[in-house]
Design a protein around this ligand. Structure first.
Ligand code: AMP
Length: 633
């Protein structure tokens, strides 16, 4: 192991509380903490009594330290618009929104829902809430009215800040009409509307225009509220597909320490960086690594509103070149999307400013990693997979590039980062041997880990700390190798059992991706009399490739070559898109419902409902074929 990484790990293992107390020195405190850590299971508190403010450290500090003129935020959208805000301009804007919030009577502890695309106004609203001690709840601006209403209800939001529209793939999405139906179900006191379209709708009743909202702040104070380390800065629903959303809670002090340390140790963020996280403020990656940590570090962060392949497949590469991006953070779903277009769009641009690329959200399948690492970046920079969740606030397992890059093992998310303690266990709590698949658990808290679920402390205990008593249950299945690298196999409840063998969905999907015609694959198990289960696969082909029975046979052969005869493929269904969450994760439970001819249940987080119908149609056709061939036997 790299000696600097080893040193940090040793320090953490010697005394993990003292280790995090040292890390807390990376951020500015108005008042030092009295005690480092208290664990009152299932909850815990860090840096007790310490006072800080997430937004103050992200914005004001840089202005005070002589960096007012540095670009804080570069906003770009798919329509080609671009705005740059310096730290001074961001500071000015955040203070104006803070006054406006206070003008509406919003203060410490109040919840503010934000249903906006990734724009400077949305980011200023997040920062302004944090500045005055209000708690923001961003709801991804792709969710429908029911999802928005439910999140507003669960959080008890007083105010909703929204926009009239956003643009995606050239289409106008009418956010305000969605927001209005949500407010009809979950009333809030006021609705602030940032109007941006030429024919903006007129407002009525409790609705307030953005300009009037700002004007209402005249004469209000804009001071920063000092916040105790454990006071919530924001609430955010996990992107999971459970019926009732789980609202993670992230705090001013503890969370801030965690994401700041992650910024340094994993991403190697420096004030000189031009950082682009291609996510959206609706997700935790957007909170921690579009907004908060890059600003805490004092670098320039890019906020992009739109689709990554619109107006053309070269959009991503053009934005990198135009802005001299030095670090990229993206997701496997984006990589697989770009892969469909081949490398020509990348070749047309100068990507030499990029120093490193990170990927999280799902497993970065080996073929996708190889494509990005070797073909797009021609092995010039490391492409690094890493693992975390909404609940963990920041990265947990990764390759600590910022401390010292370890050898990259394709298909692995890396090792537990300094201060993190992860293991693989069986459901009854036994530690798995290297190579043995089990549940990935975290054996102790760390500062950025959510200490509760908003309004449901018992659920937090039950779903995370009591499934395998005493450890945090991630819900992910995987194994650790002899060198301590973690390999994720899929969600624990999605494992497929073929003739007694447990096969991870990810392993099978990765095997499909080894075939050059495959852009994406999603698999699930379906009952089989003989073998318990066989694998049903839904496959998306690359641009210009045609489905055929011949290709089907080739794909089955490819999977067999990679995984051996245990991976029995029952059927291969060709589709043009997979059911995915709006954060881009393949929804295998929907595929399962399709092959079991069941209702898919709650699909409010799905990206494209048409994908379910398409999968169903493909499966119906396949089922008829299977029945015909069985009948003929
Ligand atoms: P979210 O809370 O939306 O950030 O989703 C967290 C979940 O995404 C994890 O529990 C994993 O199932 C999955 N995930 C995130 N990063 C990775 C990764 N690098 N490898 C495998 N799965 C990942």
């Amino acid at each position: 192991m790299h000696p600097a990484v080893r040193r940090l790990h040793d320090q953490a293992e010697e005394d993990w509380q003292a280790f995090w107390a040292r890390a807390a020195g990376m951020i500015h405190w108005f008042r030092p903490w009295e005690r480092v850590f208290e664990w009152d299971p299932p909850g815990f508190r860090w840096f007790i009594g310490g006072e800080t403010n997430l937004a103050y450290n992200a914005v004001d500090l840089h202005v005070q330290r002589g960096r007012a003129g540095q670009a804080a935020l570069i906003y770009v959208n798919e329509r080609g618009e671009r705005r740059v805000l310096t730290y001074a301009q961001l500071h000015h804007g955040v203070k104006a929104v803070a006054r406006a919030l206070r003008g509406l009577g919003v203060g410490r502890g109040d919840r503010v829902a934000i249903y906006m695309p990734t724009t400077p106004e949305a980011i200023m609203t997040m920062l302004a809430c944090a500045r005055i001690g209000a708690i923001h709840l961003v709801v991804f601006a792709g969710f429908g009215a029911d999802a928005l209403a439910e999140r507003m209800r669960l959080s008890g939001a007083r105010l909703l800040v929204t926009a009239d529209v956003t643009w995606r793939k050239g289409r106008t999405v009418e956010l305000l009409s969605i927001a209005r139906s949500a407010v009809a179900q979950a009333p809030v006191e006021r609705v602030v509307v940032f109007r941006r379209s030429a024919d903006a709708p007129s407002l009525s009743g409790r609705e307030l225009d953005w300009e009037a909202f700002l004007a209402g702040g005249a004469g209000q104070p804009d001071h920063v509220e000092p916040m105790e380390a454990n006071e919530p800065a924001y609430i955010l629903a996990t992107s999971g597909t459970t019926a009732k959303p789980k609202l993670a809670v992230h705090s001013h002090g503890a969370y801030q320490v965690g994401i700041r340390a992650g910024a340094e140790w994993l991403y190697g963020l420096k004030p000189e960086d031009v950082w682009w996280s291609t996510s959206d403020i609706g997700w935790v990656v957007g909170h921690s690594y579009i907004v908060y940590a890059p600003l805490l570090t004092g670098c320039t962060t890019i906020a992009y509103e739109g689709a990554l392949d619109y107006p053309a497949p070269e959009t991503v590469y053009r934005i990198i070149e135009e802005n001299g991006v030095t670090g990229v953070f993206t997701a496997p779903t984006a990589v697989r999307l770009l892969m469909r277009y081949g490398t020509a769009p990348a070749r047309a641009h100068d990507l030499s400013s990029v120093q490193r690329v990170f990927c999280a959200g799902e497993v970065l399948n080996i073929p996708a990693w190889e494509w990005l690492q070797r073909e797009v970046f021609q092995n010039r920079v490391p492409v690094i997979d890493h693992w975390w969740q909404t609940e963990t606030g920041g990265p947990v397992i990764g390759n600590p590039y910022g401390v010292g890059l370890l050898p990259i093992k394709p298909g692995s998310a890396g090792i537990p980062l300094p201060g993190m303690a992860a293991e693989v266990r069986t459901l009854d709590g036994r530690r798995c041997e290297p190579g043995e698949r089990g549940i990935v658990v975290l054996t102790r808290p760390f500062p950025s880990l959510t200490p509760t679920i908003w309004g449901e402390p018992e659920r937090y205990g039950k779903e995370y700390w009591q499934r395998i008593p005493g450890v945090y249950f991630t819900g992910d299945s995987g194994y650790m190798d002899e060198d301590g690298y973690f390999f994720f196999a899929g969600r624990a409840d999605e494992i497929i059992q073929v003739a007694g063998h447990r096969i991870g969905t990810i392993e099978v999907e990765t095997a499909f991706l080894h075939h050059p015609d495959v852009a994406e694959a999603g698999v699930t198990g379906r009952p089989d009399e003989l073998r318990g289960e066989v694998i049903s696969a839904f496959v998306v082909l690359r641009e210009g490739r045609q489905p055929s029975d011949e290709l089907r046979r080739e794909l089955v052969e490819t999977v067999r070559r990679h995984l051996g005869p245990v991976a029995v493929i029952g059927d291969v269904n060709f589709v043009t898109g997979l059911p995915k969450t709006r954060s881009g994760k393949i929804m295998r439970r929907v595929l399962k419902a399709v092959v079991l001819d069941r209702d898919p249940g709650d699909i409010s987080t799905i990206e494209d409902e048409g994908s379910v119908e398409e999968a169903r149609a493909a499966w119906e056709e396949m089922k008829a074929q299977l029945e015909a061939s069985e009948g003929g036997r």
